[in-house]
Design a binder for this molecule. Structure first.
Ligand code: GLU
Length: 306
């Protein structure tokens, strides 16, 4: 890697680390609160294969909603354009677990990254795969190059015991005809999918196919077409940060996706993927320091898609 990049990341990390963290841990999934709140790490992977990380970049965390990009990639791979008859591609302008717009739009979620949209994606995968839970895991293992990558039963069980809003969402969509399978089976897969654990290094490697025209960096294997990758990147830019996607585009200027575990992955097509983790979240559910670090990186490197 260009040593300039190492320096930009290192400087951004050192600049952001001492800033007072005004965020709060997500506690609505009780197990997510069992994490050291001061963890902070970042890792960048360039499309030339070089990479650089600093801080707690090798410590695993719950990637939560970041997994929604990967389930979308798998669904798009199987369904192509048909997928967009079940889910829209518009920012929701509401909270990630909101039920509000489902009534207005007849059970069609606004986009695949709000919970309702990701739940419909899980339903689609269950309809098209023999064992969606296992095949999704194998898909991510292949992308990440981590053969023993796994779901966290602890996190999944914690959410299964408390995820009443997701239960409501899934049943509501079912009542409107956009869930085809048993809601209990769909939810079970959804909670497992959200429980995947990775560290920043693994996350930035895993997402590099989206910075590389849909092809894996390691062996050039096509995962999705370049046009499909472009669409997923567009969705990350417009819908990847809950009700703060505009702010992220404004301040950071890259497509990305965050999760309530405090992880964020962002990418600059044909250049790099960057993953950051700091568990305390701002009022919109995005990592407080993660956003600050990415803003610092793109400001100093002048690398933004705009
Ligand atoms: N499993 C979480 C939920 O459904 C994911 C939320 C997120 O990371 O945005 O509430």
């Amino acid at each position: 890697m260009d040593s300039n990049y190492n320096e930009i990341i290192e400087n951004a990390y050192n600049f952001t680390k001492p800033i007072k963290d005004k965020g709060k841990l997500a506690t609505y999934i009780p197990e997510l609160a069992n994490v050291n709140p001061s963890n902070f790490g970042v890792h960048m992977t360039k499309v030339d294969g070089t990479s650089f990380g600093i801080g707690d970049h090798l410590e695993k965390f719950s990637i939560q909603s970041i997994s929604k990009v990967l389930s979308l990639a798998l669904a798009v791979k199987f369904l192509g354009e048909d997928i967009w008859t079940r889910i829209d591609v518009e920012p929701s302008g509401t909270k990630f677990d909101s039920l509000l717009l489902l009534e207005t739009y007849n059970g069609i979620p606004r986009n695949p990254f709000v919970n309702s949209g990701a739940i419909v994606i899980c339903d689609i995968l269950i309809s098209h795969l023999e064992n969606a839970r296992q095949e999704f895991l194998e898909f991510v293992r292949d992308l990440s190059g981590i053969p023993d990558l796994n779901y966290s039963d602890k996190i999944a069980d914690s959410e299964k015991a408390t995820g009443f809003r997701n239960v409501a969402l899934c049943n509501f969509i079912k009542s409107l005809g956009n869930i085809k399978n048993d809601p209990a089976v769909v939810l079970d897969f959804y909670f497992d999918m959200c429980s995947l654990e990775m560290n920043c290094q693994q996350l930035s490697h895993t997402f590099s196919f989206l910075a590389n025209g849909g092809c894996k960096l390691k062996d050039g294997k096509e995962i999705i077409t370049s046009s499909q990758a472009k669409r997923i990147n567009a969705l990350m830019l417009t819908c990847g940060f809950y009700d703060e996607s505009g702010e992220f585009a404004f301040k950071v200027g890259l497509p990305g996706k965050s999760g309530v575990g405090g992880g964020i992955v962002a990418l600059y097509p044909n250049n790099f993927t960057i993953a950051v983790w700091s568990p305390k979240l701002n009022a919109n559910g995005n990592s407080y320091k993660g956003m600050k670090l990415l803003e610092t990186v793109t400001t100093h490197s002048e690398m933004s898609i705009f």
